[in-house]
Write a new protein. Structure first.
Length: 411
């Protein structure tokens, strides 16, 4: 089978952006934190820090133990997003980008002469050179090329940093035998346990398993698709589905780790989610909250209601749910999710629906917040958190700088 797919993955993206923009940080081990606090963990690490075992999820204390000279930097999401768009334009000027998979990863489908190894290798080297010239020496990428996206992704992980790896179907399966099962995209902890329960512990054993065996392991047709992907078959990409939810979460800084502070952050998160809800043209029929406590199990609660999108109604529902919270404990993280989403143009609201809306108020709020940032105007419940819960970058979701910026993330 020909080379049909290319995956480009920027190396240690958040940390590399910081090192590019701040020369004093180059060559130093960096840990990127969501908030400067001893009780948080790294959301990213530089390649220098990774050599000491620091990775995403490593606590500040453990990072210091592993790497005493580590430098901690507070994340600047808006800066990373702006750089992302700049880098995408550079890549797209050399190789057409087919899909942006996350803030640091893109897929390119190959056609025509670009499926020839010598041609696409030359294009990849041109991408790397242009990135170096136009973005900077710290922003390197690893590129994988293969018969399908799965193998291209696998190839991109084989040589880091700044790698370029090609997997031909003729190379299979031997080229993958040195990998661990968990190195393959789509095999997380739960799937690894499933495979082990079926007697599959190595990539070689995975290849030897039949299509029917993998169907049983995965519990359906996805197992058959994985069987094909592993062999270089270009399986259809999943069609984009309708958005299922909109939500935000935030690790509380020490000065807000009390009930009033947690409630204020939840108010701010709900107001941000309501703005996104309207901007994307949805109504929500469910609001759920989750609070993680320092020493107790998480507390979760939810409410369902007639579909709506106005901020004031959502805040009233939030306040009703928050009144049910435990009266003790130290909250360390809060989150809220709007779900049961319906396209607004397809929804006919009941004549006397709860929260029928305040369209004039919402329109005015949205216009001001889009122009001046989310901190420019907000309902009073978010006052204590006015300078908290700033924009965050989640996997596969690149925030809209206009909708989600607080106007202060460039610091």
């Amino acid at each position: 089978m020909p080379l049909c797919a290319l995956l480009l993955d920027f190396n240690s993206y958040f940390a590399s952006v910081e090192q590019q923009l701040r020369p004093d940080l180059r060559g130093k081990p960096l840990g990127i934190l969501p908030v400067v606090a001893e009780t948080t963990c790294c959301i990213a690490a530089s390649r220098e820090a990774k050599q000491f075992g620091v990775k995403t999820g490593t606590s500040v204390a453990d990072a210091r133990r592993l790497c005493p000279n580590i430098v901690f930097v507070e994340a600047r999401p808006a800066v990373y997003i702006e750089m992302h768009h700049r880098l995408m334009a550079i890549v797209d000027s050399v190789i057409a980008v087919s899909e942006v998979l996350s803030i640091d990863e893109v897929a390119c489908d190959l056609t025509g002469s670009w499926r020839q190894e010598e041609v696409i290798r030359a294009r990849c080297l041109a991408v790397k050179a242009r990135l170096r010239e136009q973005a900077g020496e710290c922003l390197t990428c690893s590129i994988g090329i293969g018969p399908n996206r799965f193998l291209a992704k696998t190839a991109s992980n084989m040589q880091k940093p700044d790698g370029l790896t090609v997997i031909h179907q003729a190379d299979l399966p031997d080229i993958l035998y040195h990998l661990q099962l968990g190195d393959l995209n789509g095999i997380g902890r739960a799937m690894l346990e499933r495979l082990n329960r079926h007697g599959i512990y190595t990539v070689a054993a995975l290849f030897q398993a039949s299509r029917e065996q993998l169907r049983r392991v995965w519990g359906g047709v996805e197992g058959e698709r994985f069987y094909d992907r592993l062999r270089g078959v270009a399986t259809p990409q999943s069609a984009p589905s309708r958005r299922a939810s909109i939500g935000h979460s935030h690790v509380l800084p020490p000065h807000l780790r009390h009930l009033a502070g947690a409630g204020s952050v939840l108010s701010k998160l709900t107001q941000k989610a309501a703005l996104r809800l309207r901007a994307e043209g949805y109504l929500a029929g469910r609001l759920s909250l989750c609070v993680a406590w320092r020493r107790d199990d998480a507390w979760e609660v939810a409410a369902t209601f007639s579909p709506l999108s106005d901020t004031l109604s959502l805040l009233r529902i939030l306040n009703g749910l928050w009144a049910e919270r435990p009266s003790h404990g130290e909250p360390v993280k809060v989150g809220m999710t709007l779900s049961d989403l319906h396209p607004a143009e397809q929804e006919t609201l009941p004549l006397f629906a709860y929260g029928a809306g305040h369209p004039g108020l919402d329109t005015a709020f949205d216009q001001i917040r889009r122009k001046y940032g989310n901190d420019a105007l907000y309902f009073g419940g978010a006052y204590q958190a006015a300078h908290e819960a700033s924009m965050r970058i989640a996997f596969s979701h690149i925030p809209d700088l206009v909708l989600e910026s607080d106007g202060r993330e460039h610091g």
